[in-house]
Each structure stands twice: as C-alpha cells, then as structure tokens.
Write a protein that binds this ligand. Sequence first.
Ligand code: NAP
Ligand code: MG
Length: 479
Amino acid sequence: MRTNLKHFINGEWIESTGNETSDVINPATEKSIGKISLGTKEDLDKAVAAAKAALPTFSRTTKEERIKMLRNIAKGYEKRKQELIEVMTEELGAPLKISEEVHYEMGLSHFKEAANALEDYTFEKDHGSYKVVKESIGVSGLITPWNFPTNQTSTKIAGAIAAGSPMVLKPSELTPYAAMILAEIIDEAGVPKGAFNLVNGTGSTIGDGISSHPDIDFVSFTGSGAVGEKIMQNAAKTIKKVALELGGKSPLVVLEDADVEEAAKIAVSHIAMNTGQVCTAATRIIIPASMKEKFEEAVKKVLPSFPVGDPLNKDNVTGPLVAEKQWDRVQDYIKKGMDEGAKLLIGGTGKPDGLETGYFVKPTVFTDVSNDMVIAQEEIFGPVTTIITYNDLEQALEIANDTIYGLAGYAVGKDQETLDYVAKNIRAGQIIVNDAEQDRAAPFGGFKQSGIGREWGAFGIEEYLEPKAIMGVKVPAKV
Ligand code: NAP
Ligand code: MG
C-alpha cells in the first residue's frame, strides 16, 4: 500500500490537522492502492504561511542557484524513473508503455526546459530613462488534474522555481502519489524550505481555499472549464492573477493530398493515447468528403494496432479511464451521439470483451457527424472521436474554428503552403503538422475558452513574474 497521510509543508512531512482520508483507486482493478489525507483549511493556511515566509529569500536567489535546483530535480527525477512509471500506471491506469514514453518523459522535460530557458533569460533590462526588473509574482497556488500526474505538476513547479516564486500545490485527489514522489525529489534538490509545499485534499476545500486565499498572489489551474470559472470568480475578490489551462475539442484537418492511412493512424492515436483523457486530443477529424469511404476503412484497419487492456501488459497502448465517474460520463456521450443521429463506425457503449473489471471503454469512432452535434462540441475526455466532412478548405477551417475552444489544432497533408495556411488560420494555441514532435520549449496554452496564459519553457516562467519599472537609479541593469 502507498498510504501517506502527511502533507509536505515548510520542508517537512507533517500530520494533517483533520482526520478525513480518501482511498486512491487503481482504475484497472477497481481496488484501493492506499489512502491520503484530505487536508483542512488549517493545513492550507500553514502551507501558505510557509510559502509567504520563504518569499523574501527565495525570490532573491540567483538565476544560477535556481538553474542548479532545476537540474538537481531533473537528476532526482531520473533516479526514480521506475517508481514514477509504476505509480502512474497504478493511480491513473496508464499502460506501462505510456507511463514511460509519455508521462515520465513529459514531467522530466519541463524541469530541463525551464533550466535551459533560464540560461538565456534576462531579469533586468535598461531602457534609457528607466529599467525593467522582473520579480517573483509572490506566493503561487497550483491546482492540477489527474490526467497527466507529472506533466501538469512539473510544468507549473518548474516555472515557479525558475521565477523564484514559492508555491503551494494541490494535486488531484485521484492521482496524488506521483506528486508526493515529486515532493520528495524537490526536498532533496536544494530547494529552500517553504518554497515548495504540497497539501492533499478536495477541490472544494483546498482548491477553493487556494483560489480565495488572501496571501496567494497567483493561481495556476489545469482542469475543467466549470472549475476554471469558479477559480476566476474567487480570485476576483482579492485581484489575483489566474492562469487557466482548460479543455479542448481540437480539430484535425486532413488535406486532399494527405496519405489516407497516415491520417487515419494519427486520428486514432489521439483517442488511444491516455485513453483519450488529453486536453489537446484531436476529437474532430475533418476530412474531404471525397475521402470518406477510404478514410473510414483505414480507421478500421489501424485501430487494432492500438491494443486496449491491462496497463501492466507492455503491449497495451490504451488503459481504463481514471474513475467510474468518468466511465459513466463517457458512456452518456456515446449514447448521446447515437441518439443525435451520428453513425457508429466502431465501438459503442459497454466494456470491451474480456475487460469487465476496470473502467475500460471501447474505442469509439462516430462518422456522419455534423459539427453542431453535442459529441462534436463538448469535451468527452475518453476514447471517442468524430469524423466530419468538408467540401473545400475554407469550409474545413470554418468547421475547425466553430467551437468555444482553442487549445490545439492539427493538420495532415503534403503541400507546405496549404499546411502553413491551415496552421495560421486555426484559432488555437498550439498547432502540430503531420507527425511533428511536440517541443517542450514551445509555449503551451489556449485561445478562447481553452484558457488564459501559457506554460512551458520561457513563457511558463513569465507567468510567475511581475515586471517592475525603476526610474532614477544610476546602477545599470544586471544581465
Ligand atoms: P476538475 O474538477 O476541473 O479538477 C481539476 C482540479 O481542480 C482537481 O485538483 C480538483 O480537485 C480541483 N477542483 C475541483 N473543484 C474545485 C474548486 N471549486 N476550486 C478549486 N479547485 C477545484 O476536473 P476533473 O473532475 O478532474 O475532470 C472533469 C473534466 O474536466 C474532464 O472530463 C475534462 O473534460 C476536464 N479536464 C480537463 C483537463 C485539461 O487538461 N484541460 C484535465 C482534466 C480534466 P479534486 O481532486 O477534488 O477533483
Ligand atoms: Mg473533480
């Protein structure tokens, strides 16, 4: 059992002031893997006080000191590779292969990229009659979801450390153990006490407490739009800056000249990877009407190359959904799609054969979808996708942008001018063309209702900084 009932506050693991606990469930077995404490407002107050006390010294550490901390964390993270992979497979249900190749790797990349970005970053700049100094924004509250237990936490922690901003993290109560390992790694990496604090608990107590706390200056949140809205409302009362990384309903635009099999493979990979529990997943596959039959055949052909099943089996790519609540939600969307007249190409309701235990879902592809259907407008967060056809490129872009979201966009095809045109005309924060790899130094975040702000690399550091203008001092800017 992984039970750890303590919170990490002011450089120590301390008992919760309450006695409420919660079981962490392995979604593949439906069994508890351990308990955590559900923290209280008092626990949160202690963590915020520790962060506030750390601010004067932590914010004045040098860039070189913080680069060293980030590189030490990266080394510590690498040392605990196997454990991190196993814990994410247990608490999230991610297949071992995905835990290693995606989750482990993403978490690591953010510490490395923040250190790299810091090497080139200047915190002071002369502008003649004034200079601008960028300083820590103050105490930062980090609230993260369950779908990427090390990626979502690491990108925020790395940005905050790089900026010299002390923080309080509340990880998702569904996937707390990867975050608790991160806390141990940070503890050993020379980060001053109080600069990093972790309080476990529910969104309604600790999450709400963070977004309304008078001593927290900035909240960085990743999760659902509904909670994002509440956080903004709470934050408004004490004029906190907020960064929100919310949902998506991202388009994948397939061009006329695309290789049909390649396009189908990319489309299916989006619902297979992390069981479709990905905010950037392409879940509206926008294809030329003339390609429809061929594309549907190619999807059917490629689907078995993404096997669904036991996360401990190294061949499997798709595991269960994280929780029963998510399973019910995804089932409702599949029913909804059938009710609103979309055609099931593959999949459907219920569990895949032989996978009765665990929150497994049949990878499901709807075709004959029109973009105004609920399944084309709402984020499903499961292995469910939709095929929508277009007649000319302008119509494809119109469909692509007909959404409240704008997190990511994808294009597949050959003609580079057309790909560039599509990339520039999808209103979203990150566009990936063909099989390009996601560079973690690039900014990440959403247009429209997908969020506010950017994470990763240098943009991610800026979120935790405030510019200060200084006039009349004769000391030149330090580089
Ligand atoms: P969520 O409810 O938005 O939870 C995200 C985080 O916010 C969790 O740590 C949660 O705590 C916390 N939280 C909940 N209520 C809060 C409040 N009133 N104030 C402050 N923090 C609060 O997301 P979810 O329940 O995990 O998933 C629901 C849906 O959100 C998904 O189906 C998906 O559509 C979307 N989602 C998007 C992303 C993304 O990356 N964009 C990630 C995850 C989910 P708890 O531990 O108590 O839940
Ligand atoms: Mg929740």
